[in-house]
Ligand binder design. Structure first.
Ligand code: NAD
Ligand code: TYD
Length: 346
């Protein structure tokens, strides 16, 4: 199968690209190379015979048409997006342009390509989304595929909009789509603006480790390679028009998670005193969602997917990776916004 992966130079997209190539699939990696992209993420597969890269912006419809007609993929996996909640608070416009208008463009380009191809029923448009579209949970319950949409940040509202567009293109035009909504990912190549890489890098730099508010907000963590595995499974075996929630049932409060990371660092990169002493409570994120938790029953029962690592194993692997790959993250430290507090609004 030849898969067009959008956003394949980002965190999750690059994990999908690496896994798909390792399983013998052909991949066209389409990415605009924004601040969040890094071609080193796919350096290990860049010379593989089935790999091609196209620097294209999903807002550029003619370029999308050209890529589809040149490469003739069997499926599209759409991961390209602006992905950081804090940046969406500081500058929501790009989120609307890329996540909403870009997805609209890609759907239209895909529809035109699929029509021209004779509407092959085996074609797939896989839209990759987030659990944040469902809003914020109280202390009980989990998000299912039937949970009502209730996005509360510019990021999650833009992703919710894109999910609605994808469903509409299926219902109205018959485009063979599948959708997935996943919980927070972590692992290698995570861009150093998200919580887990921030904690590791601030700890190693001897700087304050910032926890928003009181650290009681809960996230449900999934190792990125397990997410990539689930995505390829849904692409191949998911039912057309259906959505699947993906999560590993690993809820942690931010404070617990950060303390666990500090304990792992104390063991793997010992210093005088504990990294936990660097934990600092800072002003909260505006509109900070209290809790996310995914009910993964559907993907487990219908497709047989299960994560391969526990959160404890995944966090150890992640810390080890950051310790062993300093060149990768040091090269990103001078990118715009990295290392600075984002998303405070006024
Ligand atoms: P990321 O920010 O690491 O990567 C996004 C990639 O998209 C980058 O390589 C960037 O260059 C590219 N991109 C951005 N705008 C583009 C445009 N206009 N045209 C073409 N390429 C563009 O994001 P990520 O964390 O890898 O997330 C990937 C997808 O998964 C997103 O759709 C996100 O909403 C979704 N998701 C993320 C998480 C998470 O925890 N990170 C969880 C669930 C779902
Ligand atoms: P983040 O990695 O930005 O993911 P998301 O907002 O999409 O869940 O943040 C994860 C959690 O960590 C979230 O509750 C906000 C919090 N957080 C901090 O406490 N400190 C930080 O420096 C960052 C970036 C996030």
């Amino acid at each position: 199968m030849k898969i067009l992966v959008t956003g394949g130079a980002g965190f999750i997209g690059s994990a999908v690209v690496r896994l798909a190539i390792s399983r013998g699939q052909e991949v066209v990696n389409l990415d605009a190379l924004t601040y969040a992209a890094c071609l080193d993420n796919v350096a290990s597969v860049a010379d593989a015979p089935g790999y091609a890269f196209e620097q294209v912006d999903i807002r550029d419809r003619p370029a999308l048409d050209r890529v589809l007609s040149d490469h003739r993929p069997d499926a599209i996996m759409h991961l390209a997006a602006e992905s950081h909640v804090d940046r969406s608070i500081d500058g929501p416009a790009t989120f609307i342009e890329t996540n909403v208008m870009g997805t609209f463009n890609l759907l239209e380009a895909a529809r035109s390509y699929w029509d021209g191809q004779g509407r092959d029923p085996a074609f797939r448009f896989h839209h990759i989304s987030t659990d944040e579209v469902f809003g914020s949970l109280g202390p009980e319950g989990q998000f299912t595929e039937e949970s009502p949409y209730d996005p509360r940040s510019p990021y999650s509202a833009s992703k919710a909009s894109s999910d609605h567009l994808v469903r509409a293109w299926h219902e109205t035009y018959g485009l063979p789509v599948v959708l997935t909504n996943c919980s927070n990912n972590y692992g290698p190549y995570h861009f150093p603006e998200k919580l887990i890489p921030i904690v590791i890098l601030k700890a190693l730099a001897g700087e304050p480790i910032p926890i928003y508010g009181d650290g009681s907000n809960v996230r449900d963590w999934l190792y990125v390679e397990d997410h990539a595995d689930a995505l390829l499974l849904v692409l191949e075996e998911g039912a057309i028009g259906r959505s699947y929630n993906i999560g590993g049932e690993n809820e942690r409060s931010n404070l617990d998670l950060v303390r666990t990371l500090c304990t792992i660092l104390d063991r793997m990169a010992p210093k005088e005193g504990s990294y936990g002493d660097q934990i600092t409570f800072v002003a909260d994120r505006p509109g900070h969602d209290a809790r996310y938790a995914i009910d993964p029953t559907r993907i487990r029962d219908e497709l047989g997917w299960r994560p391969s690592v526990t959160v404890e194993e995944g966090l150890e692997k992640t810390v080890r990776w950051y310790l062993d790959n300093r060149d990768w993250w040091q090269a990103l430290l001078d990118r715009d916004g990295v290392g600075r507090r984002l998303g405070r609004a006024s």
